[in-house]
Each structure stands twice: as structure tokens, then as C-alpha cells.
Design a protein around this ligand. Structure first.
Ligand code: CMC
Length: 436
């Protein structure tokens, strides 16, 4: 960390001695005030629920400029990666810090593609779930269970073990997501095929069956690859922070990733794509575009509890760059499938147009996020709504494992242990039962 020739001074109005706090600069983005010694020096904690002003770690992986609407993976703009590279190149970049050259690319693709099969016993484990279980519940279980199935790579202090766990996770997630889907619809599992691309293999495992093979459509394959690339990492979001916190105890890496899957499920995070499509379907069912105005009034009414899902972001106060790329993919997929007049797409465009002009959204800097269009693309491809967040989890796995591995190799890493402002009862005696 670079110490800046500047320090913060914290003073107190009650006359307690002031303290000087060091300031560090990142390569880009805001400087940070180092408060690690604050408690020792003052006996006080800082208070920041939701981490609105707190950097929980140093990281060299992903950078977001929320005001500019800029997203960089290892310095490369997401637009360039989405256009010039594929998902596995992006995985290599996130894990290793640089884009692969031709030889490294070939080797890495081969390494991942050759490890897509899961332990046969995983099927028996999966069969313990109810058929109607939510795929995110199933995935949380399956990813956690990997710690039992792949127990030879669990020493997180061994860099080779961390690398093996990373490859296993990236390679096997598509197989697990497709298995969760097939199980839910009562179809036989489709084994991976190593002669297909990462995205193509996933599509085939999802949509082939023993009676009819699946021919991969290159437009859909590209769209799926782009969905994966756009979701690959997003710095210290809720699920990534969960993985870091969980992994900070030294737990098994598969268990830490399972914690990330669980966190991602929520509608304020990865579950927003499912919630967004459900919202569009509800508006469509109640009258479609003609009901947009009425719906927007509800969104703006704080008492209604209704939110425009797929809008707003903690970090982006401008258009999410991923949403722009996703809209482009949406146009391509709908054109390829002859669905240009898809009513939900029209409805989404109308909602976006109104929201971008409305004072409520303008003042709060609320713009579409990646989830606003990703659901429409996935639905057009034939992916069921309740699997959308599972696709997000598949794609984000590389980000989680890259961030986890970065944390473990950081010499400043410690178990995560937040403090609290206690507002409960002060010490008291347990009264006898008759007096309670
Ligand atoms: N619809 C209506 N109002 C909103 C929305 C929305 N989607 N998002 C934020 N607001 C309002 C919010 O009510 C608040 O208003 P006020 O200042 O009057 O109280 C203001 O905008 C600021 O919002 P916030 O909730 O304080 O912001 P946050 O940073 O805590 O929350 C968020 C960010 C993403 C949870 C929130 O914008 C949201 O719930 N959006 C809908 C869910 C969604 O699309 N989530 C996906 C995020 S992108 C995918 C990912 O990375 O996981």
C-alpha cells in the first residue's frame, strides 16, 4: 500500500486527545484512512453498517468507477473484454492478473474443459433434494458438498491446492447448474462433452436429451459466453465479501464459495434478475405498456414497498456498463430467434425510457443494472426464470475464487471479525421463574 503524504486527524469535542491516522492511496479511486489502530488509541470503534464508507481489503482484481460507469477487470475495460475475449480468457485474467498468450490460452481452455465431469456420487447427493426445490437451494448444497467430494485440495495455505480448487470450481459449475435444472424437470443428466466450448457445452448439458442431441447455435453460444463474462467479478459486493469473510477462518474453499452462492440468491443481489423478470411478467399480465405509468407511481410511493427491479446500484451512479452490453446481446438474441417483437423486451425498454426521464430516478441517480436485460436474454434462450441466479453464480464463481485466493496470499490477511455498537440490555440478574 502506498502511504500518502497526508494524514487524517480525528479530534473530539470533549477534549480527548486527537489521533493522527495514516492515509493510503490506491492506483486509482479514493484514498483510504487506516483506522486499524483506532481502537487501541481511543477505545472507540467506527460505525458503518452496510460498508458505505469502508474498504474491507486491498485488491488488485476489479475496479469500478461508479460515477463514470466504468468497470475494469485487471485494468481492462469490460467492453473490450466482452468484445475481444471469451469467458475462459477472462477467468485466466482474473485468476492470474494477465490475459493469456496463445499457448497459455490453449492450455487453460484444455485444463478447464477436461475437468467438467463431476463425481458420479454427486448424482445420488442431488437426488436427495425435492424435485421442486429452488435451484439456488440445490446449488448451495451441491457446491458445499464439493468439499466432501474433492477433499484432496483443501489446504488453503497451499497455492497449488488453491489453483486446483479454482479449476475444479470453474470447470464443474456448469455441470452442476445443468444437473440442478435437469433434476427439476425430471430429465436424465447430460454428461459434458470436451469438444465443445465452455458456453456450448453448458447449453448442450441444459438442452440435449438422450432422444435428441442439441446443435449449438453460435449466436446463443456467444450470448451465453457474454453473460458469463459480464458477471465474472464485481469487486467487494455482498457475495464476494461473504466468500472472503467465510474463507478468512481458513475454511474449505468449496464451503466458502457455497456461502457466496447463498448470499447471491437474495433479490437485492443476484436474485434481482429473477425478480426483474417476474416484475415484467406481472406488469405484462396486468395490461403491459399501458400500465407502466401506474406501476411507476407505485415504485415512487415509499409505502408501497415496490421497487423497480434491475434498477439502481450501490456503486454505479451512472449507466451500468454491463447493462449496455447486455442490451446489445438482447437485441442479437431476439433477432436470431425471431423474437424482435417480444412484449417483455418492449415493456422493459418503455420502463427504462420513463425511468431515465423521471425526476425520482434522475435525482437518485438510478440507472438500469446488469439484471435489467439479462433475464430477457435468458428467457429467450429457454432458461427457466428460477435458474437465472444459478447462471449468475456459475459466472461469478471465478470472481469469488480469485478474490478468496488473493485474500489468502495477502500478508495483511486476518480473520474477519467486525465489532458492534451494543444497544441491548446492560448486565442484569436472572429472576426466578415466578417473577418473570
Ligand atoms: N426502485 C425504486 N427506488 C429505488 C431503487 C429501485 N430499484 N433502488 C434504489 N431506490 C431508491 C431508494 O429507495 C432510496 O431512496 P431514498 O433516498 O428516497 O430513501 C435511494 O434510491 C437510494 O437507494 P438505496 O436503497 O439507499 O441504495 P443501496 O445502495 O442501499 O441499494 C440496491 C442498492 C441495488 C440494493 C437498490 O438499488 C435495489 O434494491 N435495486 C433493485 C434490486 C436490483 O436490481 N439489484 C441488483 C443489483 S446489480 C446486480 C448485482 O451486482 O448483484
Amino acid at each position: 500500500m502506498k502511504l500518502v503524504d497526508n494524514k487524517a486527524t480525528l479530534s473530539f469535542s470533549n477534549g480527548a486527545p486527537s489521533v493522527d491516522l495514516p492515509v493510503y492511496a490506491g492506483n486509482i479511486g479514493p484514498d483510504v484512512i487506516d483506522i486499524r489502530k483506532l481502537y487501541a488509541q481511543t477505545g472507540m470503534f467506527t460505525y458503518d453498517p452496510g460498508f458505505l464508507s469502508t474498504a474491507s481489503c486491498q485488491s488488485a482484481i476489479t475496479y469500478i468507477d461508479g460515477d463514470k460507469g466504468e468497470l475494469l477487470y485487471r485494468g481492462y475495460p469490460i467492453e473490450q473484454l466482452a468484445t475481444n475475449c471469451d469467458y475462459l480468457d477472462t477467468c485466466y485474467l482474473l485468476l492470474n492478473g494477465n490475459l493469456p498468450n496463445e499457448g497459455e490460452r490453449k492450455d487453460f481452455h484444455k485444463l478447464v474443459i477436461n475437468h467438467t465431469m463431476v463425481h458420479e456420487q454427486m448424482q445420488s447427493f442431488l437426488k436427495g433434494f425435492r424435485r421442486d426445490a429452488h435451484p439456488m437451494a440445490v446449488l448451495t448444497g451441491l457446491v458445499g458438498a464439493m468439499s466432501a467430494f474433492y477433499h484432496d485440495s483443501t489446504d488453503i495455505n497451499n497455492p497449488e491446492h488453491r489453483q486446483i480448487a479454482a479449476i475444479r470450481l470453474i470447470a464443474k459449475m456448469p455441470t452442476l447448474v445443468a444437473m440442478a435444472y435437469k433434476y427439476g424437470i425430471g430429465q436424465p443428466f447430460v454428461y459434458p462433452r470436451n469438444d465443445l466450448s465452455y458456453a456450448g457445452n453448458f447449453l448442450r448439458m441444459m438442452f440435449a436429451n438422450p432422444c435428441e442431441d442439441y446443435v449449438v447455435n453460435p449466436v446463443i453460444e456467444r450470448a451465453v459466453d457474454r453473460i458469463f463474462t459480464l458477471h465474472a467479478d464485481h469487486e467487494q459486493n455482498a457475495s464476494t465479501s461473504t466468500v472472503r469473510l467465510c474463507g478468512s477462518s481458513g475454511t474449505n474453499p468449496f464451503a466458502a464459495i457455497a456461502a457466496g452462492v447463498a448470499c447471491l440468491w437474495g433479490p437485492a443481489h443476484g436474485g434481482a434478475n429473477e425478480a426483474c423478470l417476474n416484475m415484467l411478467e406481472e406488469i405484462q399480465a396486468s395490461g403491459g405498456v399501458s400500465k407502466v405509468g401506474e406501476f411507476m407511481e407505485k415504485v415512487k410511493d415509499k409505502n408501497s414497498g415496490v421497487k423497480l427491479m434491475g434498477f439502481g446500484h450501490r456503486v454505479y451512479k451512472n449507466y451500468d456498463p454491463r447493462a449496455k452490453l447486455m442490451q446489445e446481446t438482447c437485441n442479437e438474441v431476439l433477432a436470431e430467434l425471431g423474437l424482435e417483437n417480444d412484449p417483455l423486451f418492449k415493456l422493459a425498454k418503455e420502463l427504462e425510457k420513463i425511468a431515465l426521464e423521471d425526476d425520482y430516478f434522475v435525482q437518485r441517480k438510478l440507472y438500469p443494472n446488469v439484471d435489467f436485460y439479462s433475464g430477457i436474454v435468458q428467457r429467450a434462450i429457454g432458461i427457466p426464470v428460477n435458474l437465472f441466479t444459478g447462471i449468475f453464480a456459475l459466472a461469478r464463481t471465478v470472481g469469488w475464487i480469485a478474490q478468496l485466493n488473493e485474500m489468502i496470499s495477502d500478508p495483511e490477511y486476518k480473520i474477519g471479525r467486525p465489532r458492534q455498537l451494543f444497544t441491548g440490555s446492560v448486565k442484569r440478574d436472572v429472576p426466578p421463574l415466578a417473577q418473570r
